[in-house]
Design a protein around this ligand. Structure first.
Ligand code: NAI
Length: 493
């Protein structure tokens, strides 16, 4: 590997490294060939001024993200009954994660691991440098939105009042048919017009944001919508539905606007915004997409737990997941049409784990019994409860049952992940492998999504460890560091 041009002191315009990828290709008859493929990975080194546009700016996630970044920027401390608190980014892989980058030989003999912060492998944006704006169907300013969400401590929200109250969501694209009827009481800020007109208005908002920033990212963190079925199969289907003013979910209108403006569109909710016709449009127009549905709590834990159980050779046979939550997301999900989108998104996360072990899961054998239940209990607010029962078959058909009970502020888990997908999405949009940019789907962001969308629908990685390894190894390869094969053969381990 040539790391000569990745010397950060000399501030190169492009960080360029040659990386030799290794993998083994199998034939149907079980024979295989070890492949070595040389790639050039180039990353533009200049970090742009970024404008982040949130769809659902005034929601629990949107308002918590804005307040959290303001608290960081202005180093605001706040008091609760447990004492004085200072801002942190705990829960963010980019801001708090580290990775082993190599070893150091000790003067007296022996070795020690060397770690680096993930954010320092390549030049990345500082989250507090972003301009955050966006749309909401409610015109409450962000001070009112933070008060409404009951996520952050009142002392902090009050200290940020002068900044927060100046941020008012822009008028939103809205189609009530696709979200729960119980959301109607917050609708007072919507764009009027045909599909075509609304797309044009959103594009104008994006262009305005582009005028103040060098790059723009749109992130959907609005209500979970009902699935649109049948899917829009082709660009022609999509364009016809827009032109004929067919009733389309708002997310499709935002996504088409983002594609046309060639800005990255990230989908934090489970609905099927990325129809085949939308993906084809992104490919044709040079759009970039990442999704779907933030993987923040229960599903993230499930994909780590299944790594552990199946990785240890145990046969998980049943997983029953139950949640109750009392925030506005829970209220919206209490309507079955929206819950079904969430259920689909939460259900597929074990597919690759099952596929990967034919001893535990023979092709003609039974899958895992897996069910997901969500209930709306207003009293618990944003503090979501997740109860999971994992039952595995063990030696000689015994049964091992592990039950977990997790209580956590939902938005305080989601916001660091939103920051991560923006930081890395922005970075990946500055990278080229062998002269070609990533896209139309930024599959490397799968680590942050419950139901990852990839450029190969048949190849989706859900495993927590594999997703993390893939992203970390890409960052290392692009920064000139050899991804470690972990054999330790040279060190007499
Ligand atoms: P929320 O209900 O508090 O916020 C959603 C916001 O979107 C509301 O302010 C609403 O007025 C607004 N909105 C609805 N339709 C809109 C439209 N067409 N255009 C613009 N704004 C619109 O929900 P929360 O808790 O912030 O979650 C947001 C989304 O993230 C939900 O879909 C949720 O399922 C998803 N999600 C959240 C996770 C978490 O909080 N841990 C994890 C995984 C996904």
């Amino acid at each position: 590997m040539d790391n000569s041009s990745s010397d950060h002191d000399s501030q190169p315009e492009v960080v360029s490294n040659i990386f030799t990828e290794r993998f083994t290709e199998f034939n149907d008859d079980g024979t295989f060939k070890n492949e070595l493929v040389e790639h050039t990975i180039e990353t533009e080194a200049t970090v742009p001024k970024l404008g982040l546009m949130l769809v659902g700016l005034g929601g629990n996630n949107g308002s918590t993200l804005v307040a959290g970044l303001l608290a960081h920027k202005n180093q605001v401390t706040w008091e609760s009954k447990t004492g004085v608190h200072t801002p942190n980014y705990y829960g963010s892989f980019t801001q708090c994660g580290t990775t082993k980058v190599g070893i150091k030989k000790l003067p007296k003999g022996g070795i020690k691991d060397v770690y680096k912060p993930v954010k320092d492998l390549l030049p990345t944006i500082n989250p507090t440098d972003m301009e955050v704006t966006g749309w909401d169907i409610s015109k409450d300013n962000l001070f009112e939105a933070c008060k409404r969400s009951h996520v952050l401590e009142p002392d902090l929200v009050n200290k940020l009042e002068s900044d927060l109250s100046q941020i008012v969501p822009m008028k939103a694209a809205f189609n009530p048919e696709y979200i729960a009827a119980n959301q109607s009481d917050r609708v007072d800020n919507i764009l009027e017009g045909t599909n075509e007109e609304v797309i044009e208005l959103i594009r104008a908002d994006i262009r305005n944001c582009k005028e103040r920033n060098e790059k723009v990212i749109v992130l959907w963190t609005a209500n979970t919508e009902m699935y649109l079925l049948p899917e829009l199969e082709t660009i022609e289907d999509l364009e016809k539905a827009i032109k004929d003013n067919v009733s389309l979910p708002a997310s499709v209108l935002y996504c088409v606007a983002a594609i046309k403006e060639q800005v990255l569109y990230l989908n934090g909710s489970p609905q099927n915004t990325f129809h085949p016709g939308v993906l084809a449009l992104a490919e044709k127009e040079g759009g970039l997409l990442g999704g779907n549905d933030f993987k923040s709590g229960q599903t993230r834990f499930k994909t780590a737990m299944s790594d552990f159980l199946i990785g240890a050779g145990l046969r998980i046979s049943s997983i029953v997941s139950y949640n109750h939550l009392g925030n506005n997301d829970g209220k919206n999900l209490s309507e079955d049409k929206c819950f079904q989108s969430k259920k689909i998104s939460k259900s597929g996360c074990l597919d690759d784990a099952i596929e990967g072990n034919e001893i535990l899961y023979p092709r003609d054998g039974k899958d895992i019994d897996h069910d997901v239940i969500i209930r709306y209990i207003p009293f618990v607010g944003d503090s979501k409860r997740a109860l999971d029962e994992y039952s595995s078959k063990i030696f000689m058909d015994g049964v091992n049952t592990i039950s977990t009970y997790n209580i956590c502020e939902d938005s305080l888990l989601a916001v660091p992940i939103m920051i991560d997908m923006v930081v890395l999405g922005e970075l990946f949009s500055r990278m080229k492998v062998d002269g070609k940019a990533f896209g139309p789907v930024l599959s490397y962001l799968s680590f942050f999504f419950k139901a990852p969308s990839t450029n190969h629908p048949e190849y989706v990685i859900n495993s927590f460890n594999r997703q993390r390894e893939t992203i970390v190894n890409l960052l290392k390869a692009a920064s000139g560091i050899t991804p470690d094969d972990a054999t330790l053969l040279s060190f007499n381990y």
